[in-house]
Design a protein around this ligand. Structure first.
Ligand code: E4P
Length: 217
C-alpha cells in the first residue's frame, strides 16, 4: 500500500520524504490556506521534493471553472494531479480532464455509489474520507471495504486513496482492506513509527551494552 502525506507544509514533507517511505502528497484548499507564500510555487516545490503524485484541488464549483483551474493546476508540474469534488460538475470535469490524459483525484467521497461514479468517469484516484464518516457516527472503514469489493468486481483501475485518516488504526485497516493508498497528516505518520515496547527495548539494549563496555574499559 502506498503512503501519501496529507499536508501542504514543505518542512514536514521534506522531513518525511527524506525517510524514504512516502509515495505522494495530497493537499486541499484548507491545508494550502495555512501555508505562507504562493500556492502554485508551494505545489511546485512539493512536486520536486516527493517526485510522486501531488494532488491540488480546484476551488471552482462549475464545470467550465473546474476545467480552467484543472488545466492550470496540471501545468504546474508533471507530478500534479487535479482534485475535483464529487459533484455532478466534478464528475463531468473528471471525465473531460481524464480524457485529456490529466490525472484526476475525485475527493469528498462518502458513499460507494459516489465511488462507482468516480471510477466510471475515469478517475485515477478516488478519495473516501474515513475520519469524517467516523465523526458522524458511521464506520468509515466499511465504506473502504465496499469500494474495494465493487472495484474488484469490474476491474476498475481507479485507485482507492483512503483520506481523512486520523490514527494508525485507519492506516492498518486500509492496508487490510486492500486499499491502494492511505493519505495521512504528518502527525499520524509519526505515530506509525511508535511503540512503547520498541522504546523500552532499545533503552534496555543500550544500557546493557554500556555496562559491558564499562567492565571492559
Ligand atoms: C484528503 O485528500 C483530504 O485532504 C484530507 O484527508 C481531509 O482530512 P480531514 O478530514 O482530516 O480534514
Amino acid at each position: 500500500m502506498k503512503l501519501f502525506i496529507d499536508s501542504g507544509n514543505i518542512k514536514d514533507i521534506e522531513t518525511l520524504v527524506a525517510i524514504g517511505i512516502i509515495d505522494g502528497v495530497t493537499t486541499n484548499p484548507s491545508l494550502l490556506a495555512k501555508e505562507p507564500g504562493n500556492y502554485r510555487d508551494n505545489l511546485k516545490r512539493i512536486c520536486q521534493i516527493v517526485k510522486g503524485p501531488v494532488s491540488g484541488e480546484v476551488t471552482a464549483t462549475d464545470f467550465a471553472g473546474m476545467i480552467q483551474q484543472g488545466h492550470d493546476i496540471a501545468a504546474i508540474d508533471e507530478y500534479m494531479v487535479v482534485k475535483v469534488p464529487l459533484t455532478r460538475d466534478g464528475i463531468k470535469a473528471c471525465k473531460t480532464l481524464s480524457g485529456e490524459g490529466i490525472r484526476v483525484n475525485v475527493t469528498l467521497c462518502f458513499s460507494a455509489a459516489q465511488a462507482l461514479l468516480a471510477a466510471k468517469a475515469g478517475a485515477t484516484f478516488v478519495s473516501p474520507f474515513v475520519g469524517r464518516l467516523d465523526d458522524v457516527g458511521t464506520t468509515g472503514m466499511d465504506l473502504i471495504r465496499e469500494i474495494v469489493d465493487i472495484y474488484e468486481n469490474y476491474d476498475f483501475t481507479t485507485e482507492i486513496l483512503v483520506a481523512s485518516c486520523r490514527h494508525p488504526i485507519h492506516v492498518v485497516e486500509a492496508a487490510r482492506s486492500g486499499a491502494d493508498i492511505a493519505t495521512c497528516p504528518p502527525a499520524v505518520i509519526d505515530q506509525l513509527f511508535n511503540h512503547p515496547l520498541t522504546t523500552i527495548g532499545l533503552e534496555k539494549f543500550l544500557k546493557d551494552w554500556e555496562k559491558t563496555q564499562a567492565v571492559k574499559a
